[in-house]
Unconditional design. Structure first.
Length: 315
């Protein structure tokens, strides 16, 4: 029997998600192979050690979303405002050697952030983070006049470097370690909204210029997280297997898409689960890729090494 030919019974409807029990995000890997990742719904950060043991690193996490390490081995957290109360709406940092936990920025020009989403750090130690607002109930709390991208300089000062209409809704973000290129995911989940990967040149002060679209996932689900490989390729978490509404299609199946810095699509790593969110490189050779999707953390091996901070601060 050809089971694939079976259809819904009369008056039946397709299965949809009624409730989510976990929503994994924000993986980041340290020098010992520990993978830190967020579970936004349960308001916690989990850690999986190199032996596969899993434990809670922080609870509550203040709705932490994206995370990354800097060259000194400090873990940055985007504390958002999604999936329930208690969101920090700020960017914080943990020194894993001393357990010191500090707030880097909680507001811009006297107003709280929307919902910090993802973050990256360049080779000079400057941090760049996105501040959209995806969760509809949180939009009523918005104080900022734009969904924007910010830079935190070494002296702690914060500058807004991108906002609408340059970019509709910023999400994932990545920066080259020589601080010459910035990549920003623009994913607005409404019919006709942007589903683009933007590339910018950075000047010596970390200001973006020469905006260029190097890929457009429309009309499918756009990208979420983005990371850089050492050869310059972009590894992008994007797509969906079961569209959730008229704002997206099944044209972009869930997976990690490999894109060259000049906009050549080079491959895809299929992921069997929705919703694919973010990714991070790790392992002793930098070729293990960890991927958060739905309620799971996946891993795979890549042909090239990705950028990892720990070879710098381990030496």
């Amino acid at each position: 029997m050809d089971y694939s030919s079976l259809s819904l019974p009369p008056n039946g409807s397709a299965v949809s998600v009624a409730s989510m029990v976990a929503f994994t995000e924000g993986p980041a890997v340290d020098a010992e192979g520990n993978v830190y990742f967020s579970d936004i719904i349960n308001n916690r950060i989990l850690v999986r050690d190199s032996q596969g043991n899993q434990s809670v690193f922080r609870h509550p996490s203040h709705r932490t979303n994206g995370q990354t390490f800097d060259p000194q081995g400090r873990l940055y957290h985007c504390e958002g405002a999604e999936f329930g109360p208690g969101g920090g709406r700020r960017v914080t940092r943990t020194n894993l050697k001393t357990n010191a936990y500090e707030v880097l920025t909680h507001s811009y020009q006297g107003k709280r952030y929307n919902s910090p989403n993802d973050i990256c750090v360049d080779g000079r130690g400057r941090a760049y983070f996105t501040d959209p607002c995806y969760w509809e109930p949180s939009r009523a709390l918005m104080e900022q006049d734009a969904e924007a991208v910010y830079r935190i300089d070494l002296d702690g000062s914060v500058t807004r470097i991108l906002q609408q209409p340059q970019i509709e809704r910023p999400n994932g973000i990545a920066v080259t370690q020589d601080a010459t290129k910035l990549y920003v995911v623009d994913s607005r989940s409404v019919p006709g909204g942007n589903r683009k990967i933007w590339q910018f040149d950075l000047d010596s002060n970390g200001n973006p210029t020469n905006q260029k679209s190097i890929w457009d996932f429309a009309p499918g689900r756009g990208a979420d997280g983005i990371r850089l490989a050492d050869n310059g390729d972009l590894y992008i978490a994007a797509g969906i297997n079961n569209p959730r509404g008229p704002h997206e299609t099944a044209d972009v199946p869930a997976g990690v898409y490999i894109l060259s810095p000049v906009g050549e699509m080079k491959g895809r790593i299929p992921i069997p689960e929705d919703v694919l969110t973010n990714l991070a490189f790790g392992g002793s050779d930098g070729r293990t890729l960890y991927i958060t999707a739905g309620k799971n953390l996946y891993q795979t091996r890549t042909p090239v090494a990705g950028h990892v901070a720990y070879p710098v601060w381990q030496s």
